[in-house]
Every structure is written in C-alpha cells, then in structure tokens.
Design a protein around this ligand. Structure first.
Ligand code: G4P
Ligand code: NA
Ligand code: NA
Length: 190
C-alpha cells in the first residue's frame, strides 16, 4: 500500500535494526484518514471471504480494527490482556509470550462475542514474531469459528511471524512489509 509506505518513510523512525516507531500516525497519535484507507484496503483484499467479525487485541489493534470493521459493516471484537490465567467459564483464553517484555500474558474474549458460525478476519498493527496473532488464532479455534485471514498493517519481514503463520496455511495480507532497517533507513520488500 503505497500511501502507507510513504507515510512510514516520512514519519516512522527506525530504532536500531529491529524496532520502528510509528507513534505519529499509528501507535500513539492516530491519523483517521490513513486508518480509513487501511480499512478500505482490507475490505478490498477480503471482500469475498464472507467476514462476520473483525478480531484484534488491545491496545493498539483497536483503532485499526474499528476502521476495518466499519468498512466490512461487522462488529469489532478486541481480545483483552489479563494478568492471571482466566479460569472463568464465560471466556476463551490463551497465553501469549511477549519477546519485548520477556514474559507471558493472558488474553481473553467473552464467549458471547465469538461463535462457531463466525468467519473471522484477525487484524493487528504489527507482525513481529507472531505470538499475538497465534494467540488470536487459538481463541478463534476454541470458538469453533473460522480464521479467514490475518490483516497486518506493518509486517517486520525479518522476524519469523509471517513465515510461521503462512506455513500453517493462513492467508496473511500485510500492507507494508519491512525487509530491513539500519542507520535510520527503512527498506521495504517490493
Ligand atoms: P509478536 O506478537 O509478533 O510476537 O510480537 P512481540 O511480542 O515481538 O511484540 C510485542 C508488542 O510490541 C506488540 O504490542 C507489538 O505490536 C509491538 N511491536 C513489535 N514490533 C514493533 C515495532 O517494531 N514497533 C512498534 N512500535 N511496536 C512493535 P503490544 O505489547 O501488544 O502492545 P499494545 O498493542 O498494547 O501497544
Ligand atoms: Na498490537
Ligand atoms: Na503495539
């Protein structure tokens, strides 16, 4: 998505070789015009998938998810992060390892909001090692719903998440894939 790549080059900041800050338009301040275009693009990519719900994870997935949901005309559900494993019977829950925080956290979704009739599009702002996305996939499977695809705004192509999810057979669509970073430069996969 050219508009997004242009914005990443203009306002994104590479921190070393692994982290990109996009607080100007995605992770802290949010540009609604760009979010609307992102929503439109995911709708174009998944228009034939009969999507019934968008699923993301708090916090930074929510802004994107809301715009995507609006374009599909379906609800957004966001998984909540919790401190302790939830043994509540009213929720689907799973454990996710965070490489950045070097610890596990638990994620839950109320059973009320996912059912075996749902066709789910998972969306998130970043795809790095893929643990958050795999956690969401697990929750969809627990509900007996179908994962129709995974829509990512920025995939870090040099980390393993994209490969793992695609090898498992999921359709992953990333609007910008970063090939590598360094010396303050950001290079995309074409
Ligand atoms: P993984 O799910 O792909 O395995 O990701 P990882 O544990 O490496 O990343 C954890 C958090 O860091 C996620 O947000 C993810 O979106 C974010 N993240 C990963 N790489 C980058 C990056 O290069 N730049 C920025 N800005 N964020 C990155 P989170 O902890 O779930 O937090 P939030 O959604 O509440 O903000
Ligand atoms: Na996120
Ligand atoms: Na984040």
């Amino acid at each position: 998505m050219d508009l997004l790549k242009k914005r990443i080059l203009e306002d994104g900041k590479a921190i070393g070789e692994n982290i990109i800050k996009v607080d100007e338009f995605l992770n802290h301040q949010v540009d609604p015009v760009l979010m609307d275009e992102i929503g439109k693009e995911f709708k174009r990519l998944f228009k034939d998938s009969n999507i019934t719900k968008i699923l993301t994870i708090e916090a930074s997935g929510i802004a994107i998810g809301a715009f995507v949901a609006l374009h599909f005309g379906v609800p957004l559900v966001f998984a909540k992060k919790t401190k302790s494993l939830n043994i509540d019977e009213d929720v689907y829950s799973t454990s996710v390892y965070s490489f950045t925080k070097k610890t596990d956290y638990d994620v839950k979704v109320s059973r009320k909001y996912l059912s075996d009739e749902d066709n789910i599009l998972i969306v998130d702002d970043f795809l790095a090692n893929g643990r958050a996305a795999l956690g969401l996939v697990d929750i969809v499977c627990q509900a007996g719903a179908k994962v129709k695809g995974i829509g990512i705004v920025i995939e870090k192509g040099f980390q393993e998440g994209g490969r793992i999810l695609r090898e498992k057979g999921y359709r992953v669509e990333s609007l910008a894939v970063i090939d590598h970073m360094g010396n303050g430069e950001i290079e995309f996969k074409s």
